[in-house]
Ligand binder design. Structure first.
Ligand code: PAF
Length: 280
C-alpha cells in the first residue's frame, strides 16, 4: 500500500497523537528523498522494531552551503513513495518549507566540537543545518526511535549528541552502510554521477579497504595516507577533502587504530562530493 503523504504539521500531530493514545511506538527515518537501498534498510529496521514508521522527506536548505548543490540535489518524490510501498511504512512526512522554517525562524542548533572536523571543516554551517532540522523532525514526529545510516557517521554522532544534550526522549539507532556490488557506498549523490564517473567511483572504497588491511597489519596512518590519496586521485577523483583515521566517538585524529577507530574519507569526482567511512 502507498503510504499517505502529509505536508503539514497539524495533520502529522493528529496522526501521531492517535498512535500514542493507542499505546503504539513510533520510529522515524529522516531523509532528503532520492531513496536508495540504504534508506530502505533504515525503513526496514524501523519496521522491525516500531509499531508505526514515519519516513520524512525534506531537502533541507539550511544544510547546503553551496546553492548549486541544493539546486541539483535529486528530487524523486513519486519514485520514493513507490519504493516504500513493500516495506509497509505508515506515513511519509514531506513538509512544506514553512512547516519547518516558518516566517521569522531564528533558531540555530549547533553542536560544538564534533562539527569542527571532517565534513564540518569543508562544509561550514552544514552540521548546524542538520542539527537544526533533525531536532525539529524529532520534536514534530515525537518518535521513540530514529534510524540513521553509518555512511554519514559524523552526522550520526552529532545527532546522538544533540538529542542527548537537549533531552529529546528518542533513541538514535545507527545502521550499517549499504554498498553497491562494486563496493561504492550507496548515496543519493551517486545519481549525479555520469556513467563514466560511476565506473571510476569504486576506487575510493577499494583504497579504504586496502588501508584498513595495512593498518591492521601494523602500518601507521601517517606512513600510508599520502600514497592512498594518490591512488584515489590516479583512479579519476579530482580532489580529496580528507582521508583520515579517527576515534569513532570523539572523532579525534589517530595515527594507529584502537578499539572503535574508523577510517573516514571525502573526495570529489567530476563535481560530485562522495563520502565514506569504515570501521578498523
Ligand atoms: O542524511 C540526510 O539525508 C540528512 O542530512 C538528514 C538527516 C535527513 C537531515 O536533513
Amino acid at each position: 500500500m502507498i503510504a499517505p503523504i502529509l505536508r503539514d504539521l497539524s495533520a502529522l500531530r493528529t496522526q501521531t497523537a492517535a498512535w500514542r493514545k493507542a499505546g503504539e511506538s513510533i520510529g522515524v527515518v529522516p531523509t532528503m528523498g532520492a531513496l536508495h537501498q540504504g534508506h530502505l534498510s533504515l525503513a526496514r529496521a524501523a519496521r522491525a522494531t516500531c509499531d508505526r514508521v514515519i519516513i520524512t522527506i525534506f531537502v533541507n536548505p539550511k544544510q547546503f552551503n553551496n546553492p548549486d548543490d541544493l539546486k541539483n540535489y535529486p528530487r524523486t518524490e513519486e519514485d520514493d513513495a513507490r519504493k516504500l510501498e513493500s516495506i509497509g511504512v505508515d506515513l511519509v512526512y514531506a513538509p512544506d518549507a514553512d512547516q519547518i522554517y516558518p516566517d521569522g525562524f531564528a533558531t540555530n542548533v549547533s553542536v560544538s566540537g564534533l562539527t569542527d572536523m571532517l565534513c564540518g571543516a569543508s562544509r561550514p554551517g552544514h552540521f548546524d543545518g542538520v542539527a537544526t532540522v533533525v531536532s525539529k523532525l524529532f520534536l514534530q514526529t515525537s518518535a521513540d526511535q530514529a534510524f540513521f545510516g553509518e555512511k554519514d557517521y559524523q552526522q550520526l554522532q552529532i545527532v546522538r549528541r544533540m538529542a542527548r544534550d537537549l533531552d529529546i526522549p528518542i533513541t538514535v539507532v545507527g545502521c550499517p552502510t549499504i554498498r553497491e556490488e562494486d563496493g561504492l557506498a550507496m548515496s543519493s549523490r551517486n545519481l549525479l554521477l555520469s556513467d563514466r564517473s560511476r565506473t571510476k567511483a569504486p576506487i575510493f572504497a577499494e583504497v579504504m579497504n586496502d588501508v584498513r588491511e595495512q593498518l591492521i597489519n601494523g602500518a601507521a596512518m601517517s606512513d600510508i595516507q599520502d600514497a592512498a590519496k594518490e591512488r584515489i586521485l590516479a583512479g579519476g577523483y579530482n580532489e580529496i577533502d580528507y582521508f583520515e583515521l579517527r576515534d569513532g566517538t570523539a572523532l579525534s585524529l589517530l595515527d594507529r587504530p584502537k578499539s572503535g577507530a574508523r577510517l573516514f574519507g571525502a573526495a570529489w569526482l567530476a563535481g560530485v562530493r562522495l563520502i565514506d567511512n569504515i570501521a578498523i
